[in-house]
Design a protein around this ligand. Structure first.
Ligand SMILES: Cc1cc2nc3c(=O)[nH]c(=O)nc-3n(C[C@H](O)[C@H](O)[C@H](O)COP(=O)(O)OP(=O)(O)OC[C@H]3O[C@@H](n4cnc5c(N)ncnc54)[C@H](O)[C@@H]3O)c2cc1C
Length: 401
């Protein structure tokens, strides 16, 4: 991969910047700036998702054969970086990033025809029904049952930690269709409409004060059998393919770079010991530089890997490397941001971060999200596979230990 931008890529960068100038309104940017989560609030994110969908840039990671723009990896990276830098909303990516590529690979023609255009235009919001109270890292232990009754599966059980389950209209779900043989062999992958009778959703409030997570209960939920992706009892293969795209497939570092830029900006506005700007404090500079070096190493590794992807390879086990380093960097950037805003990190006022809220944060605007971002990032080394699990994958499948 040539890291220097060609004339075509520079022209593309200008096109993206022009598009963002014209379409990324102040209220979209303002609502994004007050969010602590890796996702912007659904209303703001959906508005931006539909704008991108109309332009044909939402499923920017898809090939033209799936109706995507067919961008090369450099274009994708440019797009992600420019969006992150401009403060564009972070959209629920489970549609275009996870279930879309999977339907493209395992779906029937009818499934592709129905779902792919809807995902491209952001007409659906998806959630992921994998984890259960007794099945997280050990996902294959899942117990939610689906029993075939005529042309429908009848689903009973519960899913937990379902991000965005309270506003998603569709869920891709792992269910147990057999208890015979190895536990991986009795799992099927099914799509569920969230307005189907028998679904009950209970909120789980995270330590940052945000409602993103849920527990979902299924009580005799009837789902048409044509909603199965792949064959019955072969859902584990489908699920593993999807996990690669959850942990890899799109770039981590553009968002992290924008996060570190934000910390640098804060350090220019805040004072350090003795009243000099924090950005001139030797100890702070050392920490900032250490993060910059780690981030640059991650960026170059990611670009090399994306180049391999563009040759048609899957993310594979190397996706674990990006999940691991990306989540640890996210936490460390959040920690340095807390240090930069110092005592302004103390007020706990989640209400002040709601769009249109009249609760005033008692400190500068740039400090408002620091503690919530810090707290929210605690989950980054757990979701999408914990760091311990990623290290095991890397040691076995990449290092062959
Ligand atoms: C913010 C957030 C969002 C999430 N969103 C979703 C979602 O949308 N959909 C969904 O299905 N799930 C979601 N999850 C669930 C997530 O995938 C699980 O939390 C994760 O897989 C860990 O499972 P667990 O919580 O059951 O912990 P456990 O698996 O019980 O792990 C507990 C601890 O033991 C360690 N551990 C477990 N097994 C091993 C092992 N073999 N070797 C070494 N250490 C091990 C883990 O690293 C962890 O530290 C989300 C979780 C969070 C925190």
């Amino acid at each position: 991969m040539d890291l220097n931008l060609t004339d075509q890529h520079l022209a593309f960068q200008t096109e993206v910047r022009d598009f963002l100038d014209q379409n990324l309104s102040d209220h979209l940017k303002q609502n994004t700036a007050i969010q602590a989560s890796i996702r912007t609030d659904p209303e703001t994110a959906n508005e931006w998702g539909r704008i991108l969908g109309q332009k044909g840039w939402l499923a920017y990671n898809w090939p033209t054969t799936m109706g995507g723009p067919g961008w090369d990896t450099v274009q994708r990276y440019i797009f992600e970086y420019e969006c992150a830098k401009a403060g564009a909303p972070a959209i629920n990516s489970m549609g275009y990033r996870m279930i879309g590529p999977l339907i493209g690979k395992f779906g029937t023609e009818a499934q592709k025809e129905f779902y792919l255009p809807r995902i491209r235009k952001h007409e659906d919001s998806w959630c992921q029904g994998y984890s259960e109270p007794g099945a997280g890292s050990d996902l294959a232990s899942l117990q939610t049952k689906a029993v075939l009754d005529g042309d429908e599966y009848v689903i009973n059980g519960t899913k937990i930690w379902t991000t965005g389950g309270h506003y998603a209209n569709r869920c891709f779900c792992l269910v147990r269709t057999s208890s015979e043989g190895k536990k991986q062999e009795g799992i099927s992958f099914i799509l569920i409409d969230m307005d189907t009778p028998g679904i009950d959703i209970k909120p789980i409030i995270s330590i940052s004060g945000d409602h993103e997570l849920n527990q979902i209960f299924f009580d005799d939920v009837r789902v048409p059998k044509e909603n199965l992706i792949g064959k019955e009892n072969e859902g584990w293969t489908v699920a593993k393919y999807l996990l690669e795209f959850e942990r890899g497939g799109v770039a981590y570092t553009p968002g992290l770079k924008a996060g570190l830029d934000n910390v640098r900006d804060i350090a220019r506005m805040e004072n350090g010991n003795g009243g000099a700007p924090l950005i001139e404090d030797p100890d702070f500079i050392r920490k900032l530089t250490q993060l910059e070096v780690r981030l640059q190493a991650a960026e170059f590794t990611e670009k090399r890997y994306m180049s391999a992807l563009s040759q048609g390879q899957n993310p594979g086990a190397a996706a674990s490397m990006f999940k691991l380093t990306g989540s640890e960097l996210l936490q460390d950037i959040g920690e340095l941001r807390m240090e930069a805003v110092a005592h302004y990190a103390l007020p706990y006022l989640p209400e002040s971060r709601e769009p249109g809220s009249n609760v005033t944060f008692p400190g500068p605007k740039h400090a408002m999200t620091a503690p919530a971002k810090y707290l929210n990032a605690r989950a980054a080394t757990i979701y999408a596979g914990s760091s311990e699990v990623q290290r095991t994958v890397l040691s076995k499948q990449v290092l062959e230990l």
